[in-house]
Each structure stands twice: as structure tokens, then as C-alpha cells.
Design a protein around this ligand. Structure first.
Ligand SMILES: Nc1ncnc2c1ncn2[C@@H]1O[C@H](COP(=O)(O)OP(=O)(O)O)[C@@H](O)[C@H]1O
Ligand SMILES: [Mg+2]
Length: 366
């Protein structure tokens, strides 16, 4: 298990000011789980990962793996990166061009402090090459591999030391979209089969939702929410998370009443009163923002049998193959809706718009 507690890391910028890149970052990754740091560019993901690896020296905090402390400001401990036994893969996975596949994967064993016999090196290297499906290409020059194969070689090289922790910094972002999706499955399989405790960094929400046991969403150096992919998507704690993970409609609102059913409320919005759901203990008068996913904005020609129904006008739409994205207007309010392509009314048509209260998530505004 990886434990990161109260990690602070700062940089000094060109003008000599200190920039806080990671603020009070704390999380735990149980043995064999994949934990993702997700957030926009510059939010502190790489800094956090490099601090865990020992490539940055934090100002304060503590990092331990399976009870072994590798960094602690309070205890004055800083274990050198090459003594931590962590495997790391960067976005720019440097493959050595003058070496073949076998030699690339064997490299960490050659530079490691422990001297291994030839037979042992061969066995370890072939085991990881087999795990990533490159064992049949062991003798090939590394430069003659495809992009996806080079990526798998980088993953294998970070595994050959049998690391206690696998640290991956946007390892798939140099691949084209199709290959990236395929590599996602391969990476997940590898992580699961080898039971690797992994910290994965990405700015890609789909990648995070697809791969993770747990996700930490970061903004401006801080973790703003930790949860399962489903939690993060369906129960965002604040507007930043709702906005960053998936697309969302937002309606500013004021709570006017509590419904009889627990956790349900009525809020006054620009559309009028709306039945909504919240896990926050809301009271009449509280300012909230209603977050609503486009796939939860239902459109139909006939009046649907649900609460929260309005008449709307189709403003524009985009056909995207498996679904259509609509912009509809209710007065001045524009909402985004995602529906099945079988529903395709002309622009300017009047339609009914319905929203299940359970999907109208009220988040306390702060
Ligand atoms: N070596 C550095 N020197 C000064 N500032 C840095 C350095 N590395 C990163 N930063 C700053 O720290 C912040 C976090 O950066 P980073 O951890 O790379 O973010 P991310 O990986 O989420 O894109 C940014 O504001 C970035 O400009
Ligand atoms: Mg980064």
C-alpha cells in the first residue's frame, strides 16, 4: 500500500517567487489497485508523481510504501530515487535507439546496484516481454517497433525490476486515438494480472474513468475530490469536478423547499421551480448550482410522464454517429442534450424536455 500524507512541493520561478505546485496532497492506494491523478494541465499531477518517485524533494509531508518510509520531512528521511524500487514511465517514453528490444528492457537491471547472472537477467527480461506481448520481438531493433509496441516496451522496462510501485505519467498520450484506446485495455490487464500498485496520471477523463479503481481530481495543486469513477461522475462535490469530468449543464438556483422524500428538494431556477437531488444537508434559502449531464436531458415529441418537464425549441444539433447532441432553448436558457439518433427533429421545432429529479444534482455553491 502506498500512503501519501500532507505532501507540499514548491518551485522557484524565473522571478524568484515560490510556486506551490502541490498543496497538502494526501491519498492512499491499496495493494494491487490503480489510482489516478486527474486534472487540467498545470494542476500539479506530474509534481506529485515526481515527489513520490523522489525526483523532486518536497517541502513537507510523508510518503511510505508497505510501511517503509521513503520520504518524511518530520523524520528527516529522503531515500534516493534509485533506492526506492519504483518503476516509472513518462509521457516521452525514451526508448534507447541503439539497443534492441531485449537490451532496452534489460537496461534497469544492468545499471541496478544488484549484479545478476546472465541467466537470471534473461529470465526476468523474457518474463516482462512476454507480459506485454513482445517476447517474439526480443531481437528486433527498438526503432523498428510501432508506436504501440514502443509504448509496451517502455511499460515492460519499468516492470523488470519488479517494482513495489508503478508510476505512470500520461503514458498513452503520445499515441493516436485508436491505439490509445487499445493500449488502455492492455495496460489494465497488465496491472491486474501482475497485481501492481499503480499511480496513473492523466488529463483525459475518459482514460481515468476507464482504468481507475479510484480517482483524485486535482485543481491548482490540491486534490478536490477522491472517489470511484462512478462517484466522481455521478456525485461531483463541486462545480469544478462536474465541469472537468464529462460535460454538464449548470443552472444557478436557490433552494425553496425540502421534498418529503429524503435528499430531494425544490429549487428556484431560471426555468422556474425544479425538483432536484442533493447529498448536502440543504435548507430553504441556500444557493446551489444544479449540475445536469446532457444524457440526462430527455427530449421527446410527446409530453413525457415525469416531473421537471418544459417545452423547448431545438436551436441546433450535431450528428455524432451513435448519438446526437442538441442545443435546446427554454426562453433564454440553453441546455445541452444527448439523445439517440432516431430522434431528429428539424431546427426550430418545439419539443418536450424532461429531467429526472435524481439526475438534477444540487451542489452547494461556495
Ligand atoms: N521545474 C519547475 N520549475 C518551476 N515551476 C514548475 C516546474 N515544474 C512545474 N512547475 C509549475 O508547477 C505547476 C504544476 O506543474 P505540473 O506538476 O507539471 O502540472 P501537471 O503535470 O498537472 O500538468 C505548474 O504551475 C507548473 O508551471
Ligand atoms: Mg504533467
Amino acid at each position: 500500500m502506498l500512503k501519501v500524507e500532507g505532501l507540499h512541493t514548491e518551485y522557484v520561478d524565473e522571478r524568484g517567487h515560490s510556486v506551490k505546485a502541490a498543496h497538502n496532497v494526501s491519498f492512499e492506494v491499496p495493494e494491487g489497485k490503480l489510482f489516478t491523478l486527474l486534472g487540467p494541465s498545470g494542476c500539479g499531477k506530474t509534481t506529485t508523481l515526481r515527489s513520490i518517485a523522489g525526483l523532486e524533494k518536497p517541502v513537507s509531508g510523508e510518503v511510505s510504501v508497505n510501511g517503509r518510509v521513503v520520504y518524511s520531512s518530520a523524520k528527516g528521511i529522503f531515500v534516493a530515487p534509485n533506492k526506492r524500487n519504483f518503476g516509472m514511465v513518462f509521457q516521452s517514453y525514451a526508448i534507447w535507439p541503439h539497443m534492441n528490444v531485449f537490451q532496452n528492457a534489460a537496461f534497469p537491471l544492468k545499471v541496478g546496484s544488484r549484479k545478476l547472472g546472465k541467466g537470471e537477467v534473461h529470465e526476468k527480461v523474457m518474463r516482462v516481454l512476454k507480459a506485454v506481448g513482445l517476447d517474439h520481438l526480443a531481437d528486433r531493433e527498438a526503432t523498428k517497433l510501432s508506436g504501440g509496441q514502443q509504448q509496451r516496451l517502455a511499460l515492460a522496462r519499468a516492470l523488470v525490476m519488479e517494482p513495489q510501485l508503478w508510476l505512470l505519467d500520461e503514458p498513452l498520450s503520445n499515441l493516436d486515438a485508436k491505439l490509445r484506446e487499445r493500449m488502455r485495455f492492455e495496460l489494465k490487464r497488465l496491472q491486474r494480472d501482475l497485481n501492481l500498485t499503480t499511480v496513473f496520471v492523466t488529463h483525459d477523463q475518459n482514460e481515468a474513468l476507464a482504468l481507475s479503481h479510484e480517482i483524485a481530481v486535482m485543481n491548482e495543486g490540491r486534490i478536490v475530490q477522491i472517489g470511484s469513477p462512478r462517484d466522481i461522475y455521478e456525485r461531483p462535490h463541486n462545480r469544478f469536478v462536474a465541469d472537468f469530468v464529462g460535460s454538464a449543464n449548470f443552472l444557478d438556483a436557490t433552494v425553496t423547499a425540502r421534498e418529503e422524500q429524503r435528499d430531494y428538494f425544490v429549487a428556484q431556477t431560471a426555468l422556474g421551480p425544479l425538483k432536484c437531488y442533493s447529498v448536502d444537508p440543504l435548507q430553504a434559502g441556500d444557493k446551489v448550482v444544479i449540475s445536469l449531464r446532457p444524457e440526462d436531458v430527455h427530449l421527446s415529441a410527446a409530453h413525457p410522464n415525469m416531473p421537471n418537464v418544459w417545452e423547448a425549441v431545438v436551436d441546433s444539433k450535431i450528428f455524432l454517429g451513435d448519438h446526437v447532441e442538441f442545443q435546446v432553448k427554454i426562453g433564454d436558457v440553453v441546455l445541452l442534450s444527448r439523445v439517440h439518433p432516431s430522434f431528429f427533429p428539424a431546427d426550430g421545432t418545439s419539443v418536450y424536455l424532461g429531467m429526472q429529479p435524481a439526475k438534477c444534482l444540487a451542489i452547494a455553491a461556495n
